[in-house]
Design a binder for this molecule. Structure first.
Ligand SMILES: NC(=O)c1ccc[n+]([C@@H]2O[C@H](COP(=O)([O-])OP(=O)(O)OC[C@H]3O[C@@H](n4cnc5c(N)ncnc54)[C@H](OP(=O)(O)O)[C@@H]3O)[C@@H](O)[C@H]2O)c1
Length: 369
């Protein structure tokens, strides 16, 4: 995500009011810089609770151009678990350090660093974010402006800003341009991506059919802005037709695979598009290919990693200029189920793999940062 770094850096720098911590704050940041810190590593693929190791290290002196950042929060995403079990699109090299995004506070800078200040918040983009401290060149962090409404809740939301909100934005906008009043259908609607899709769609007047696999989620998804919530099952297509008044559905977003994939495809109107961006069931798609002929259905895959690799700085800037302010003003948010420290990584990973969570599992600093 190096291209992303340089663009965001200039984006945030242009909005930046320097944050400084004076007096006792300086002393406590120096103390943190000197303390031993823990991080997570794995050297083989397997169940997270069996292969994840808690390592401890003494901080090393900074090289010129580097900064030291205390990690405040970093989510466990399904892709992180897939990487640990060896089922992801791009396998890591060992020793591997998991975690793909997060937010932290700068606790030390080297002499030539001018673009960030001690005490400032930065987004973490370089990977290996399940740790207490990160040392890297300043250019590999994305400085955040001073935020008036900054509290623990916003810090947590910012820690999740580079993966799922961007995915939701792109799958909603890149393939089919829906107009106000049109419908989309999505599976795994109670996932973080699903929640962001609901919120973004609502802001544009797009209606959503939200398919989940269990009861008890309708109130929350309607409160987020969803229009219809349905439990997945053999009658899904009929229920979608009934609940939408037989509205033509042009866009389906699937993160489940298996039978769900086929049902979403069946619910599409002529010329509709089905975007597959996850395989949570682990099952191959069960699709009646005849409908792709007679309804001229388009099936497209989406992988954010590829987008970060290929998109221009301008394209990334356009999207971040829209997403980050929405996170800061609270109109884009994900639920948080639970928080664990780096020391508690086993419990954290087990919780993240459990069905029926109430949102994201976060790795947090434990002392509020
Ligand atoms: N392609 C990309 O670039 C990209 C980028 C970001 C995310 N993703 C994918 O998007 C999906 C959602 O990610 P996330 O971080 O938003 O997830 P998340 O917030 O961690 O939530 C996962 C959700 O999936 C649901 N789920 C799990 N297995 C399911 C199944 N077999 N059928 C239906 N629902 C199921 C869970 O529902 P319960 O509460 O019922 O357990 C839970 O709500 C994942 O597959 C992830 O890999 C892909």
């Amino acid at each position: 995500m190096k291209g992303l770094c340089s663009f965001l850096f200039s984006f945030f720098l242009s909005n930046l009011t320097a944050l400084t911590i004076a007096g006792d704050g300086d002393i406590s940041l120096k103390r943190e810089s000197a303390a031993k810190y823990k991080y997570i590593e794995f050297n083989e693929f397997g169940r997270p609770e069996e292969v994840l190791l808690i390592k401890e290290e003494n901080p090393r002196p900074l090289n010129d151009g580097e900064i030291r950042v205390k990690v405040l929060a970093s989510p466990i995403n399904p892709s992180n678990l897939l990487q640990i079990t060896g089922n992801y699109g791009s396998p890591p090299e060992f020793p591997a350090t998991p975690g793909s995004e997060g937010v932290g506070r700068v606790i030390e800078i080297s002499e030539s660093v001018k673009q960030v200040k001690t005490g400032q918040l930065v987004l973490l983009v370089g990977g290996g974010t399940w740790r207490e401290q990160i040392v890297a060149p300043a250019s590999q962090f994305l400085p955040l402006p001073e935020l008036e409404n900054l509290d623990d809740k916003l810090i947590e939301q910012l820690s999740m800003s580079l993966v799922n909100p961007v995915t939701a934005f792109l799958i909603l906008n890149s393939f089919t341009q829906l107009e106000e009043g049109q419908w989309l259908v999505q599976s795994a609607a109670n996932s973080a991506v699903g929640g962001y899709v609901i919120q973004l769609a609502k802001q544009r007047g797009i209606k959503t059919v939200n398919v989940v696999r269990r009861t008890g989620l309708a109130d929350d998804l309607i409160a987020k802005g969803g229009d219809v919530v349905l439990i997945d099952g053999p009658d899904l297509v009929t229920e979608i037709k009934r609940e939408t008044g037989y509205a033509p559905i042009q866009l389906a977003l699937d993160a489940v695979g298996g039978d769900t994939f086929g049902r979403l495809a069946n619910s599409l109107n002529y010329d509709g598009t089905l975007i597959v961006y996850g395989v949570l069931s682990g099952r191959p798609a069960n699709l009646n290919t005849a409908i792709t002929i007679f309804k001229d259905i388009r099936i497209r895959g989406f992988w954010l990693a590829k987008w970060y690799e290929k998109a221009s700085g301008k394209e990334k800037k356009e999207i971040f200029d829209q997403i980050i302010p929405l996170i800061v003003n609270g109109s884009l948010a994900a639920d948080v189920d639970s928080r664990f420290t780096v020391d508690e990584i086993t419990q954290a990973a087990l919780r993240a793999a459990q069905p029926g969570r109430n949102g994201k599992v976060l790795i947090v600093s434990g002392d509020g940062g």
